[in-house]
Ligand binder design. Sequence first.
Ligand SMILES: C[S@@+](CC[C@H](N)C(=O)[O-])C[C@H]1O[C@@H](n2cnc3c(N)ncnc32)[C@H](O)[C@@H]1O
Length: 346
Amino acid sequence: MAVERSVKDSIPYLDEIVQGDCSTLLRHLPNECVDAVVTSPPYYQQRDYGGLGLGNESSVEEYIEKLVAIFEQCVRCVKRTGSIFFNIGDKYVDGSLALAPYLFAHAATQRTGVKLINIITWVKPNPEPRQYRRRLVSSTEPIFHFVKSEEYKYFYDRFMAHRDVVRQRVKAGNNIGRQYLELIEQSDLSPEQKQEARLALQQAIAEVQRGEIASFRMKIRGIHSEAYGGYEGGRKNHLLKKGFTIIRMYDRALKRDVIECPVIASKLGNHPAVYPEFLVQELLSLTTEVGDVVLDPFLGSGTTAVVAKRMGRHYVGFEINPSYCQIARQRVNEVEVQPNLLEFFV
Ligand SMILES: C[S@@+](CC[C@H](N)C(=O)[O-])C[C@H]1O[C@@H](n2cnc3c(N)ncnc32)[C@H](O)[C@@H]1O
């Protein structure tokens, strides 16, 4: 309790959403007072947030200059054990990507001495459905993970355990089983072969649930392509004769620098660039503990504060647009600290 009070006393704006320009507000925070910064600044000339704040500069260089000045303040506010996550998307200028995220990351490391330990790729399974004839639809964005020292907090095992639980639930849960069952029914397998395929599927699901295998894939004759080449000959024969084959994956999953989650439309108001709660959850789970302080200088509709509160972390949120502040406050007020979620992530 005494610790709680001292945190509250020493950090202005703790558990508050403050309307204003973060380049000014950040100066009110003491040195080394927050455990993590998780944020998504406005992208270069990408969206209109009511004509306010960063992102409307006339050149990429000017944008980077302003953003790095704000980043420098973030670095000052973060503890030696802390992490800084910046998610920034790119922009086409005269038909070419401006590389703004990477120019920023380069300037940020050069100017502040932070270490860039990962460029995590956020993969969006549901990108904006645009039909370009001469290029591919962009469906990823980088999230830069910077640290101030080698002493940064990192909860890899917790993260792996969480990933394993999620993976098992997703892969072994009804979803994947149901999909394969439907495919078995739709196939031209004989009734006996279908029965054998169902049994083999149930067995593979049970093996994942018991943790004996990491995952599996099923191939069904006439539905999936045949295995290539000679080395898969056994499987190919099984597929042709029995009508199905199951490929088991035994290796423990590596935690890769990829987070796959869909863009979610905001239910509250119309903030144009809400990032997914899951993204923030993953980053906080990896680098923070209950009671830590999380800062978002570009809070938007409040996602970082919502997730921080739910996970039992403190938050500090700055947002220049008054109507987005209102949305953020409403979202945060509706959030409860969820003990079950904490059990799961901590
Ligand atoms: C990409 S959005 C953040 C969205 C947020 N991650 C969410 O999930 O809602 C960037 C936000 O930064 C705000 N902003 C722009 N310049 C700012 C500044 N100088 N200080 C504080 N907020 C600013 C914009 O109004 C916008 O809401």
